[in-house]
Ligand binder design. Structure first.
Ligand SMILES: *Cc1c(COP(=O)(O)O)cnc(C)c1O
Length: 353
């Protein structure tokens, strides 16, 4: 199969690509690539500070939101400190903590109640950890932590605990951003990225918005010049292209509704640009689908071996994915039925067990 025939819906990328304005800006920036970016990434930082109505010092730009997560680890974790992360959940929270000599505890999200996120669910597992991670919308399930639950969580943890709200998929959700709560708090940080709705995953650019009282810490924790000039220019231009983001979000809304309605497997409510589907055997279904040119994410490594996560594609990609996945599911069903009724074995030998 030619690579261009592959439908890749495994990494929650924007199937419409970056904004053309961002591509232009990045290309122009590359012409001056012999010059270092400004240490504070001032242009983008000021643009984002404007957007979120915070001080520029509160915006910590990094190489992807993953890079910003590292800055938060570096700013807060002493060796031996613990962080609390969702399970299933995004692997990098724990990795970043371990790179900083921290250790990791988990709070469960349960399939039985649709991976609902509540303050109580987190606080039941909470034991004074230095950082508590919340992902909303959550990866890989798509569930959200509502505003009132977030407030209850913030009120429920110790003063020494930082709550990090990861809004990598925030653009796709109707929930207001937790950045709005930063005014009144110094125990909250919010991470956002240009990798998903803005379609700039390959340029590696994201940021954290941190409390005002942390203003001077960025200089102590960031890798100098970590965000490159092309990424910085592209991100600024992408922020100015509202239409592109709106179209991308609308397209994802259509695709997730289509996947939920048409997939022949139970799916979970999602506020993100992907749908988690309960297919019975995630590894087998992802493998079979890939053989037919549709790549979806087997969520076994997230701790959900029964599921696959399907990113929202373009309309034709999404239709193709549903077609292929439903074929795969139907074949598996046929095999299961056949073995249950004894078909394909000795005549007359079936049915007894
Ligand atoms: C994609 C993603 C990120 C960040 O991605 P970057 O490309 O590093 O900006 C962060 N958190 C979650 C939950 C994600 O899915």
């Amino acid at each position: 199969m030619e690579p261009e025939e592959l439908v890749k819906l495994s990494s929650n990328e924007n199937p419409h690509g970056p904004s053309p304005a961002a591509v232009d800006a990045a290309s122009r920036a590359v012409a001056d690539a012999h010059v270092y970016p400004t240490a504070a990434h001032a242009d983008l930082t000021e643009r984002l500070a404007d957007e979120w109505d915070v001080d520029p010092e509160q915006v910590w730009v990094g190489p992807g939101a993953d890079g910003a997560l590292d800055y938060l680890s570096r700013a807060t974790l002493d060796p031996g400190d613990r962080v609390l992360v969702p399970s299933p959940g995004f692997a990098y929270y724990g990795m970043s903590a371990r790179y900083h000599h921290g250790s990791v505890a988990e709070y469960p999200l349960s399939k039985a109640d649709g991976f609902a996120q509540t303050a109580e669910g987190v606080l039941d597992a909470y034991d004074g950890e230095r950082i508590v991670y919340v992902t909303t919308p959550h990866n890989p399930t798509g569930s959200v932590l509502e505003r009132e639950e977030l407030r209850a969580l913030l009120d429920g943890v110790d003063d020494r605990t930082l709550v990090v709200v990861d809004e990598a998929y925030g653009e796709y959700s109707d929930e207001p951003s937790a950045v709005e709560l930063l005014d009144a708090r110094d125990d909250l940080a919010v991470t956002r990225t240009f990798s998903k709705a803005y379609g700039l995953a390959g340029l590696r650019i994201g940021y954290a918005v941190v409390p005002e009282s942390w203003a001077d810490a960025y200089a102590r924790v960031n890798t100098p010049f970590a965000a490159n000039v092309a990424a910085l220019a592209a991100a600024s231009a992408a922020l100015d292209d509202d239409d592109h983001v709106e179209r991308s979000v609308e397209s994802a809304r259509w695709a997730r509704a289509f996947l939920a309605a048409e997939l022949d497997a139970p799916t979970f409510d999602t506020a993100a640009n992907f749908v988690l589907a309960d297919v019975g055997d995630g590894t087998a279904v992802a493998e079979r689908a890939q053989q037919r040119g549709v790549i979806v994410r087997d969520t076994t490594s997230f701790g959900l071996p029964g599921c696959v996560r399907v990113s929202c594609g373009t309309e034709s990609e999404t239709r193709r994915a549903v077609e292929v996945l439903n074929d795969v599911l139907a074949e598996r069903e046929a095999v299961t039925d056949a073995s249950a009724t004894g078909m394909g074995t000795e005549p007359g030998s079936g049915g007894g067990a």
